[in-house]
Write a protein that binds this ligand. Structure first.
Ligand code: GDP
Length: 453
């Protein structure tokens, strides 16, 4: 729970810790400028104009030389008075400056507190704030592109449009409430039903983007499976190419997999080689394939490898028995096949050589096709639902709209009661964009932020 008092002036190092040329210390709140004027010399002449400055502590000791910019409320990221100092990087200078600001009256910021204040001051809505977090967390270009378009307000505008349509629907149905004695109020019920259906269809269009949005944000889990020695790890490395360097052990409980982020025809994928950690990988119940059960369950696509017809068929059988995820059959080490054998290769089986790189583009395309088939097309220019929170809210609004519709269709509720569903749908959408002040929603959204954001 954030100590939420806009009366506090907050400070944080906004850049990542560690060695780096520059770091940024950020301060926001009612005392930001007063504290800055005491510790920064000379104080920049105007807001939003950079100044080359010395930063000192309360006793006047020089802490660092840097560039300072101050902002006057409301023209700042948070909407409050704010100060940003670009100082030298590394562990000392930014920490000294932040500590000096604290000793002069600021307090260390909680994770996401700057962005939270931006939301509370109407600088960003909640969907845009989530986009800020997504931008920082994006590890692929598609995920970053999606976050950028959400920051631009695309999704917010769609949700606001929906809200407008629900309000219009409520106004339509209100005529009926005002004329309760008429058999069929001045607005025919058919018109209200059609309008309700129209809004539901709009919600459905947006909801239909969620599978793609969540997948782009998180990356599709693509698991490489197959018998020992068929070439899984080699394929994993070949798929990553020079991006091999970002391979890391998966943090958390399972340490039996290597996972790395790459792309398959625009889709961000998390490629998993569970054979990468020999000693802990189970050969699943003597079915002959090396892959952890947990990853089989989480897979969006499974790449089944075999370096012979037999090993590939065995692998495919095992995978089909163990998982419902779509699978791609890959005949590995294709460079070892002579032309005759390659020509006899059966349909639906890709020939790939990790050694020569042959077949890798086709494999990427095949992965993308499986994802398109299960999630829908990858059109990132239109607004897309990217989080469970957003999907739940839209599904909730949809259910309220449906109940309104059904109540009208069956005349099962008085109009005034049916309209309660519309009000609830509106409230849910307002909560979704953060237009109504709901602390627990803010807490949930901002708890995952970094300090300084
Ligand atoms: P894993 O146990 O399934 O992960 O298999 P590895 O990737 O460790 O490969 C097993 C052996 O096959 C190694 O000796 C690799 O050098 C070899 N190998 C893997 N891929 C290819 C390939 O595309 N062509 C050739 N000629 N050999 C390969």
């Amino acid at each position: 729970m954030i100590r939420d008092s806009a009366a506090d002036t907050i400070v944080a190092i906004a850049t990542a810790p560690g060695r780096g040329a520059l770091a940024i210390v950020r301060m926001s709140g009612p005392r930001a400028l007063e504290i800055g004027e005491r510790l920064i010399r000379p104080w920049p002449s105007e807001p939003r104009h950079v100044g080359l400055v010395h930063v000192v502590d309360l006793s006047g000791d020089l802490l660092d030389q840097g560039i300072a910019t101050f902002y006057r409320s409301p023209a700042s990221f948070t909407g409050e008075d704010a100060l940003e100092v670009s100082c030298h990087g590394g562990p000392i200078a930014p920490a000294l400056i932040a500590a000096a600001f604290v000793s002069a009256g600021a307090r260390p910021a909680e994770p996401g507190e700057f962005t939270r204040r931006a939301v509370l001051n109407g600088k960003l809505d909640l969907l845009q704030a989530e986009a800020v977090a997504d931008l920082v967390d994006a590890s692929t270009r598609p995920a970053q592109r999606l976050a950028l378009s959400q920051l631009d307000g695309g999704l917010s505008r769609r949700v606001l449009g929906l809200r407008e349509h629900i309000l219009a629907l409520e106004a339509l149905s209100a005529y009926d409430i005002d004329f309760p004695d008429e058999d069929d109020g001045p607005i025919p019920a058919s018109r209200i039903l059609a309008a309700a259906k129209g809004v539901i269809a709009e919600v459905d269009l947006l909801l239909a983007t969620a599978p793609v949005g969540e997948l782009v944000r998180e990356g599709a889990v693509v698991v490489i499976a197959g018998a020992p020695n068929v070439g899984k790890s080699s394929l994993f490395n070949a798929m990553l190419g020079r991006r091999r360097a970002i391979v890391t052990d998966v943090p958390g409980t399972t340490r039996d997999a290597l996972e790395a982020v790459t792309e398959a025809d625009g889709w961000p994928i998390r490629l998993v080689d569970t054979a990468g950690m020999r000693d802990t990988t189970e050969v699943v119940e003597r079915m002959g394939i090396e892959v952890s059960r947990e990853y089989l369950e989480r897979a969006d696509v499974i790449v089944v490898c075999g370096d012979s017809e037999t090993s590939l068929l065995d692998g495919e059988q095992a995978v089909t028995a163990l998982s419902g995820a779509p699978a791609i059959a890959v005949r590995t080490k294709s460079d070892l096949l002579d032309g005759m054998k390659a020509a006899r290769n059966r349909d639906g089986q890709l020939l790939v050589s990790a050694e020569s790189g042959d077949g890798l583009p086709k494999l990427r395309r095949a992965i993308a096709e499986k994802l398109e088939a299960s999630r829908g097309s990858l059109a990132l220019d239109a607004p897309i639902v990217t989080r469970e929170r957003q999907r739940f809210a839209l599904a909730h609004a949809r259910s309220e709209l449906q109940q309104f519709h059904d109540a009208w269709a069956q005349r099962s509720l008085p109009a005034v009661v049916a309209a309660v569903h519309l009000r609830e749908a509106t409230r849910v959408l307002e909560e979704l964009i953060g237009a109504v002040d709901v602390d627990d929603v803010l807490d949930r959204v901002f708890s995952a932020f970094c300090v300084g954001k």
